[in-house]
Design a protein around this ligand. Structure first.
Ligand SMILES: CCCCCCCCCCC/C=C/C(=O)SCCNC(=O)CCNC(=O)[C@H](O)C(C)(C)COP(=O)(O)OP(=O)(O)OC[C@H]1O[C@@H](n2cnc3c(N)ncnc32)[C@H](O)[C@@H]1OP(=O)(O)O
Ligand SMILES: NC(=O)C1=CN([C@@H]2O[C@H](COP(=O)(O)OP(=O)(O)OC[C@H]3O[C@@H](n4cnc5c(N)ncnc54)[C@H](OP(=O)(O)O)[C@@H]3O)[C@@H](O)[C@H]2O)C=CC1
Length: 269
């Protein structure tokens, strides 16, 4: 258990904080004493989420597409005006869709690379320039995915998340002089709103895959939130540039999960 003042008076930005994993991270950060800002693309669901979160502490929100540098700069300006600083950036926003590589067109590839790789980089660069570098202090946690051994059925996001993992290793070195720590959390299959976006056959496949996860269960949003809180906290003050796999050891057992064959049976148009 973390002490309730672990992030007291710290300012934390959670992208994609309106739903699922991001919502839980925002809630936990508030309960650990932080002031939290959430962003995602649409105003209405953000406002609704912020209202729910306000029960737990000080929360602000602003619509921002992480693929749009101007919108990120406007978000940074709002944070500067209201809070004067930023301590923690959690890059959680992202998404993709299942597809076999041979059927993935340019538009679909670019959409996922743009969202998960470019958007994450733009957010890191803008928040570092606005806050972390001038403050000479900052903490970044990137949510990636379980792509340790490739990502059959989701080649686009596997490539994008591997890119974010490499960005993390690079910046852990380049920005160490600015006292910026940066790490990744790689979720396995997590029971969250995000899973509902997958078609029924994929959900059936997930249920089968559960049997091959060494810990024999899916993750909970709280499992991911706990890992984020740890990496962002002083408990992890000597940890930077790593990926923490929060997946019940799924990444060690991927070939036993039978995914490629199941995938081919329904992703083949
Ligand atoms: C089969 C699975 C592999 C097995 C591995 C299992 C083990 C690991 C399990 C991991 C589980 C992961 C879970 C999660 O990540 S949960 C979070 C998921 N949430 C989301 O994905 C929601 C967010 N998604 C999106 O916003 C969009 O999907 C996306 C960002 C990818 C695209 O948004 P954008 O607005 O930029 O783009 P468009 O919607 O206009 O689409 C552009 C083109 O992309 C192609 N496309 C988009 N969606 C689909 C689809 N569902 N199926 C096929 N193709 C798609 C298409 O070419 C679009 O252009 P057109 O619309 O003109 O055709
Ligand atoms: N659930 C799982 O099993 C796993 C999840 N992940 C990753 O964890 C993260 C959270 O997933 P989860 O909570 O399950 O899924 P959700 O779909 O609930 O969360 C994704 C969030 O990101 C926001 N978002 C997406 N694209 C953008 C964008 N361009 N700009 C700003 N916000 C954006 C969405 O809001 P909006 O659409 O309103 O913009 C939404 O709030 C995602 O990156 C996901 O891919 C990784 C591995 C496994």
């Amino acid at each position: 258990m973390f002490q309730s003042n672990t992030f007291k008076d710290q300012v934390v930005l959670v992208t994609g904080g309106r739903s699922g994993i991001g919502f839980q991270i925002a809630k936990d950060m508030l309960q650990l004493g932080a002031k939290v800002i959430i962003c995602s693309r649409k105003e209405a669901p953000l406002k609704e989420a912020a209202e729910k979160l306000s029960e737990f502490g000080v929360v602000d929100y602003q619509a921002c597409d992480i693929r749009n540098t101007e919108e990120i700069q406007a978000l940074a300006a709002m944070i500067k005006e209201k809070h004067g600083r930023l301590d923690v950036l959690v890059n959680n926003a992202g998404g993709q869709f299942p597809v076999l590589a041979e059927y993935l067109n340019d538009k679909g590839w670019n959409a996922v690379i743009n969202n998960n790789l470019n958007g994450t980089f733009y957010m890191i660069r803008e928040m570092a320039n606005a806050f972390f570098i001038p403050q000479k202090q900052g903490n970044i946690v990137n949510i990636i995915a379980d792509m340790h051994r490739g990502f059959p059925g989701m080649i686009h996001t596997g490539a994008a998340r591997a890119g974010v993992e490499n960005i993390t290793k690079t910046l852990a070195q380049e920005w160490s002089d600015f006292n910026i720590r940066i790490n990744c959390v790689a979720p396995g299959i997590i029971e969250s709103s995000g899973l509902d976006t997958y078609p029924q056959p994929v959900q059936d496949m997930f249920a089968e895959a559960k049997k091959a996860i060494p810990l024999k269960r899916f993750g909970d949003v709280k499992d991911i939130s706990n890992a984020v809180a740890f990496l962002a906290s002083p408990l992890a003050s000597y940890i930077t540039g790593i990926s923490l796999y929060v997946d019940g050891a799924q990444h060690l057992n991927y070939d036993k999960m039978g995914m490629p064959n199941v995938l081919k049976s329904f992703l083949n148009p």
